[in-house]
Design a protein around this ligand. Structure first.
Ligand code: UT7
Length: 322
């Protein structure tokens, strides 16, 4: 059984945080942040606004923007997040309860910034197996609650947001072959600790905040993403010319530019959400899709390569026909 994304919607908290905010709390400036990352603004959740709230608001937007869609028959809910309200109950169960969806399997997945595409790949598998027919896939984060505001190399990057995709059966392939993987040897280069104080036998700062070895991840990202795009195209018997758009995880505009240069693809066909949302981890791909859709760029039948990468260090890519 083939599958398709019936609709995508997003939600971002209303509180805008400009680069000027960081000029007051750390030694930085607007010019450095824009030129080194491409970020002008990001959104922060309110104190009492959590990842589950963002998921619920994204579903509300999905229903408002798509009058022909209902939640009736949703039989699986997947939430990708590394910034859940709590470890359990899962965010998926919180969504299930908010909308009183009976008979839905509920899981959260942790693949960091690759998580939304991992979720699509799992949904595709459930539908292909014939066991499920209507799957909600979320990428949702409140990174601002796990940010170390004394670390100027990371705190300027992160923002909050959520995206949701409804995945259903299709009579022709619209979620094409995917690539997934991880290089766990880089675990210490991007982590959000819980109670263990080491990764791969090496000590980490276990303060419950995000830590990133930016330079290492940056280099790894450009090399890995470029190679995986080629692998994904080959797996689908396609070339770059077959694609209408590429949406990479919005970690840093310079990574997107670097990959565009590496694979020789026009930058204007790379969609992103970095400028006004910052790095929103697993929410960044649906946010980029939503911006482009509302700008009228994405047309029915377009082929879009989506590829996420991040903590793990994980990666996951898929080609979507909308
Ligand atoms: O989302 C998951 C995947 N994540 C990524 O892919 C992120 C990958 N990494 C990055 O995006 C970049 O490495 C960063 C944005 C994190 C950092 O940019 P960079 O160009 O790699 O900067 P850098 O760490 O090489 O630092 C360059 C200079 C340093 O000063 P010196 O040593 O040259 O004097 C830093 O101390 O910039 C300094 N610096 C800053 N200056 C002003 C670092 N952070 C800041 C800052 N404001 N916020």
């Amino acid at each position: 059984m083939d599958s398709k994304i019936t609709a995508i919607a997003v939600y971002a908290p209303s509180k805008k945080i400009t680069n000027a905010y960081f000029e007051q709390i750390i030694e930085t400036n607007d010019e450095w942040i824009i030129s080194r990352t491409g970020i002008r603004e990001r959104r922060f959740a309110e104190k009492d606004e959590y990842t589950s709230n963002l998921c619920i608001s994204a579903v509300e937007n999905l229903l408002v923007e798509n009058k022909d869609i209902s939640l009736e028959g949703v039989d699986f809910i997947i939430v990708s997040t590394t910034t859940a309200d709590q470890v359990m109950p899962s965010m998926a169960s919180q969504v299930q309860n908010a909308f009183k969806i009976p008979n839905a399997g509920c899981i959260d997945i942790m693949a960091a910034c690759a998580g939304f595409v991992y979720g699509l790949t799992i949904a595709k598998g459930l539908i292909a197996a014939g066991t499920h027919k209507k799957v909600l896939v979320f990428g949702a984060e409140t990174l601002s609650k796990f940010t170390d505001y004394t670390d100027r190399t990371s705190c300027i990057l992160f923002g909050d947001g959520a995206g949701v995709a409804l995945v259903e059966p299709s009579d022709h392939p619209q979620l094409l072959n995917a690539v997934t993987g991880s290089d766990g040897s880089h675990g210490k280069d991007l982590y959000l600790s819980q109670h263990r104080t080491e990764v791969n036998g090496e000590p980490i700062e276990a303060n419950g905040k995000i830590h990133q070895n930016g330079k290492v991840v940056f280099k790894w990202a450009i090399q890995t993403v470029s190679a995986k795009i080629k692998e994904l195209l080959a797996k689908n018997d396609m070339t770059l010319d077959d694609l209408d758009w590429v949406i990479l995880h919005s970690a840093n505009m310079r990574i997107i530019e670097g990959v565009a240069g590496e694979i020789n693809y026009p930058l204007e066909k790379m969609l992103c959400s970095i400028e006004y949302f910052g790095n929103t981890s697993s929410a960044s791909i649906p946010l980029a899709y939503d911006i482009a859709r509302k700008d009228g760029k994405i047309k029915p039948g377009n082929k879009i390569l989506m590829l996420g990468f991040g903590g793990g260090l994980t990666f996951s890519g898929i080609i979507v026909v909308v």
